[in-house]
Design a binder for this molecule. Structure first.
Ligand code: ARG
Length: 593
């Protein structure tokens, strides 16, 4: 089904074009859903702009448009309000018909997929090898996964979404890591096999620390490490297996975290910095051929219009240092060439913290100037803020270290388990554990996604695990509550759907809930376009609350005939919408809590 907002947009715009006549290009109708039900359900805001253009009184023009408008099938007679708004109120009969259609669509809840979806790369997670993932990477992983899920659904074709994990697996620090392994005859594959999981993680961290120590204090070690960098560069077979073992051990650890988070990322999505290594010289030569390269203090730089230092001097993007080394930016340039050229991407989305804002601005400007990505390719950076502790400072452990993702997720599950024990002590232990996992992981994800991305967010266990308020447990509970209605009434959903059900929306709570359910598609579309997941959590929270109001005022199981049927179907569609929406956020639902 076409979204209501689009149907109205089309019909009002058509009339506006007629009224404007051939002389003027009519502006869009600009339909918005109304924040206040007093003004109806939807509002057209574009009439004032047209009035200005064709020099007419906006209210009179709005009247004229209303007179010509044919929306009687779906709306009560539209009303002109204020300086020239048009308000629309949907008819209950029409709502019931649409809702039936949405209910009967088993897969897409009545939501059309977009036309001609662009092939889209979502670049997210991007941990750095040999270091543990920490809460900073958590945000990229969670937000990126959600964006990919939303786009897959909205595009209606999962093949159009390509996940790319741009891991930091290359660079001079690997020289010292490999040198350390060689010198101390450490075989990572064996040591991680012998040790527990935690050991292999700790091993890598340890390795990083110790090799750095040697590098800083032992000139001979530092010299051999530099040799090692050169060997790595030449893919020398005496060092490559060591590098590979480091990368593998580290990625295996990351994979465990992705799996326990329920994030759709696998080894197939990994295309780390090392992948682009042999493509870097040609990046430089092509920039040079495009006359974009300039030498500055021995380094190769690109100077782009509009980028200045604080002092007002031109700010260069350095692509090769004086010693010949390439940079993060050089690799990202190669990655864009690959994504546009090989993956045929029409849209590339980068999910990183906001400190990389300038990097991506320069990167995008550079590929535009070099002509490597034409205007038809959309390049988007989705920046996000930091995770803060209760004290408003960067989130750290009590002893001041970065919080490890693994211990964080363990704690989430433990705390969620306590909540389950309190609520439902009689459940079987393995079910309790399953619920605890879903609630714990869900709470962490939801807390992250329900904030406006760019603002820093405060990590607070009590808040994110609260059963009240805009939290995962509240949403999961709302879903479980709907399921409990069906259990209590011994309603068979398949039977319910198989019946020839004519929905009749009568009570204001029924009508309100139906309208909100039918807005789900609009919300998904907005999230897919603007890449702002919190709009989805806000909607779901609103839906759960509206459902609560409905359930308090409209008895379901005690109702009779068409009314019972209607209410059961409203429950059914609410449950599915919550489940589907949480699914787009990568959060599981549970049947009982
Ligand atoms: N490894 C990087 C970091 O931890 C993130 C990579 C983001 N993606 C990219 N194409 N630059 O900061």
């Amino acid at each position: 089904m076409k979204p209501i907002i689009d149907i109205l947009e089309q019909r009002v715009s058509d009339v506006m074009a007629v009224v404007a006549g051939e002389s003027a290009d009519a502006p869009a109708a600009i339909i918005k859903s109304s924040a206040n039900p007093q003004f109806g359900d939807y509002q057209a805001n574009g009439v004032m702009a047209l009035a200005k253009k064709i020099k007419q009184n906006p209210r009179e023009l709005a009247q004229q448009i209303v007179a010509k408008l044919d929306v009687g099938d779906m709306c009560e007679p539209p009303e002109v309000a204020g300086p020239g708004f048009i308000n629309f109120r949907l008819k209950p009969g029409w709502l019931a018909q649409r809702l039936t259609e949405a209910i009967c669509d088993p897969r897409r809840l009545g939501i059309d997929s977009c036309e001609n979806p662009p092939t889209t790369v979502v670049d997210f997670s991007g941990p750095n090898i040999a270091k543990q993932m920490h809460v900073g990477h958590l945000r990229s992983t969670i937000i990126g996964d959600t964006i990919a899920r939303v786009l897959e659904f909205w595009y209606g074709n999962p093949d159009k979404v390509i996940r790319q994990n741009h891991v930091g697996d290359w660079g001079t620090q690997f020289g010292m890591l490999v040198q350390y392994l060689i010198q101390h005859r450490i075989n990572l594959a064996i040591s991680s096999m012998q040790g527990s999981e935690a050991d292999s993680l700790a091993n890598l961290e340890d390795l990083y620390r110790k090799s750095k120590e040697s590098f800083d204090n032992d000139p001979q070690f530092a010299a051999s490490s530099r040799d090692c960098v050169v060997k790595l560069h030449n893919k020398d077979s005496s060092v490559m297996p060591f590098w590979q073992s480091i990368v593998k051990t580290s990625l295996d650890e990351c994979q465990k975290i992705y799996d326990s988070l329920g994030v759709n990322l696998t080894e197939h999505d990994v295309r780390g910095e090392s992948f682009y290594n042999d493509k870097l010289p040609s990046v430089i030569s092509e920039l040079s051929a495009a006359k974009l390269l300039q030498e500055s203090d021995g380094a190769q730089c690109v100077f782009l219009d509009g980028f200045k230092t604080k002092e007002g001097e031109p700010l260069p993007m350095i692509v090769q240092k004086s010693d010949g080394a390439y940079l993060y930016a050089t690799t990202d340039l190669a990655a864009i060439q690959y994504r546009v050229g090989q993956l045929r991407a029409d849209r590339i989305i980068y999910v990183t913290d906001s400190r990389q804002k300038l990097h991506f601005e320069m990167l995008f400007a550079c590929v535009r100037q070099a002509g490597w990505a034409g205007e038809s390719v959309r390049l988007e950076h989705v920046p996000f803020g930091s995770v803060l502790g209760d004290d408003g400072k960067p989130f750290k452990t009590r002893s001041g270290e970065n919080v490890k993702l693994k211990s964080l997720l363990d704690e989430a599950e433990l705390r969620a388990r306590q909540v389950v024990e309190e609520k439902n002590p009689d459940l079987p232990p393995d079910l309790k554990q399953r619920i605890a996992h879903a609630v714990g992981v869900g709470a962490v994800k939801y807390a992250d996604l329900s904030n406006n991305l760019v603002t820093d967010y405060i990590f607070n266990w009590d808040k994110m695990l609260a059963m009240e308020g805009n939290t995962a447990p509240y949403m999961q509970y709302a879903y479980a509550r709907v399921q409990s209605i069906f259990r209590k009434g011994q309603v068979d959903v398949a039977d319910l759907l198989a019946q020839n059900h004519s929905l009749e929306l009568a009570a204001p709570e029924e009508i309100g809930l139906a309208k909100l359910l039918l807005r789900y598609g609009e919300v998904v579309e907005t999230v897919a376009r603007d890449l702002r997941p919190h709009l989805l959590t806000t909607y779901l929270f609103d839906l759960a609350q509206t459902f609560s109001g409905f359930y308090t005022n409209c008895p379901v199981l005690k109702a009779e005939g068409t009314s019972r049927n209607t209410r059961l179907l409203l429950c059914y569609q609410t449950g599915r919408t919550i489940q589907h929406g949480l699914g787009l956020l990568g959060i599981e639902t549970i049947e009982q809590m």
